[in-house]
Design a binder for this molecule. Structure first.
Ligand SMILES: Cc1cc2nc3c(=O)[nH]c(=O)nc-3n(C[C@H](O)[C@H](O)[C@H](O)COP(=O)(O)OP(=O)(O)OC[C@H]3O[C@@H](n4cnc5c(N)ncnc54)[C@H](O)[C@@H]3O)c2cc1C
Length: 323
């Protein structure tokens, strides 16, 4: 049987402006109106979520969900916490240098893992940009993806690594490319009762490296105006043999800059090739103008960041022989 707690301390932390420990959510109800469950198996979690229907939400780190609840997100009446589900907090390295990242693995855990530090510095860069230490201790990569913000920092980094999503729901399990997961702002491919179980990063060979950079107007604690992730491999002659580029915050969801990445193949990543690839990345971006910057500014940043991340990843790849 699932563990059901109506008022867990972790969820119902009183804050200033609340009524005697009953945090009031904009919209008239309190956190105490919300049922909280902490299942211990994937099957229990799926069945609870399916039973809750449109009123159910998965809770991973809660760094997006609890903010949304406090801001009046409507219709949520049952939260299913996946942190106690067996295997969700497991970060597993495979023999070919790949990884299986459980949906409840925190960004802090990604940041401190020695294999990630050595083999996936770009993914680490993205995870370490999320909020502050406190946020990173709770926030997950899976939550960053499922929240489906176009500006999510870890999504371009994971897309560049050709990551897949393992999803489980009432009808069984399925695998989908991470780049196809989001449909638009706040919307993704998960059906009712479906949970993202894990992210699978494929293995790596030879001189392989990744990099992620974003532009924000402030030094930290801000949302990406543009983010670019790349993963590439070089042969012993220094020629690019594999490349993937992904753009964040310049479209309704992450954009794979396939033409730009293909243009890098066979080159030694000289400045002329980088400039041509940057132009292709600029051309495929679909930025909007908003208070964070006009579209043309964002488009120009796509070019700048593309050149920078490719240079960084190339430098890393030259100095690093993977497994
Ligand atoms: C102060 C602050 C700073 C931040 N800075 C950044 C930043 O710089 N860059 C950035 O990208 N983000 C930032 N964020 C946003 C947030 O921290 C990230 O999006 C985080 O990765 C979300 O992960 P989580 O585990 O907390 O998700 P949660 O809040 O638990 O969940 C987010 C959403 O995804 C759903 N969900 C979560 N996990 C699953 C799953 N396994 N299956 C199905 N649905 C699921 C939830 O139901 C919810 O709708 C910031 C947030 C705060 C509060």
């Amino acid at each position: 049987m699932p563990t059901c707690l109506q008022r867990p301390e972790s969820v119902c932390t009183p804050d200033p402006g609340t009524l005697m420990g009953q945090p009031r959510i904009k919209g008239g109800y309190t956190l105490q109106d919300i049922q909280y469950s902490a299942p211990q198996s994937v099957e229990e979690a799926v069945s609870l979520l399916a039973a809750a229907g449109s009123q159910g939400r998965v809770l991973a780190g809660g760094t997006d969900l609890l903010v949304q609840l406090k801001n009046g997100a409507r219709g949520i009446r049952h939260i299913i916490d996946i942190k106690r589900v067996a295997g969700m907090e497991t970060l597993q390295h495979t023999a070919d240098g790949g990884m299986r990242i459980g949906a409840a693995v925190s960004c802090a855990r990604i940041g401190e893992d020695p294999v990630v530090q050595s083999n996936y510095p770009g993914l680490r860069e993205a995870a370490m940009l999320i909020g502050s230490d406190q946020i990173q201790n709770r926030a997950t990569l899976a939550g960053n993806l499922c929240n489906s913000s176009p500006a999510a920092d870890t999504v371009p980094a994971l897309a560049a690594l050709n990551t897949s999503c393992e999803i489980q729901g009432p009808e069984g399990s399925r695998i989908m490319a991470l780049a196809d997961f989001a449909r638009g702002p706040g919307q993704n491919q998960l059906g009712e009762g479906e949970i993202l179980i894990a992210l699978e990063v494929p293995g790596r060979t030879g001189h392989f490296a990744d990099a992620y950079q974003r532009f924000i107007p402030r030094n930290e604690m801000d949302i990406a105006v543009v983010g670019v992730g790349v993963a590439l491999a070089l042969n012993s002659a220094g020629e690019c043999t594999q490349a993937r580029l992904a753009l964040g915050a310049v479209g309704p969801r992450v954009i794979e800059a396939t033409e730009a990445a293909t243009h890098l193949l066979g080159s030694t990543l000289d400045e002329e090739t980088l400039e041509q690839a940057a132009e292709m990345a600029r051309a495929i971006a679909q930025p909007i103008s908003d208070k964070r910057g006009p579209a043309e500014y964002r488009r120009s940043l796509v070019g700048t960041l593309t050149r920078r991340v490719v240079r960084t990843a190339a430098e890393r790849a030259r100095n690093h022989e993977g497994s």
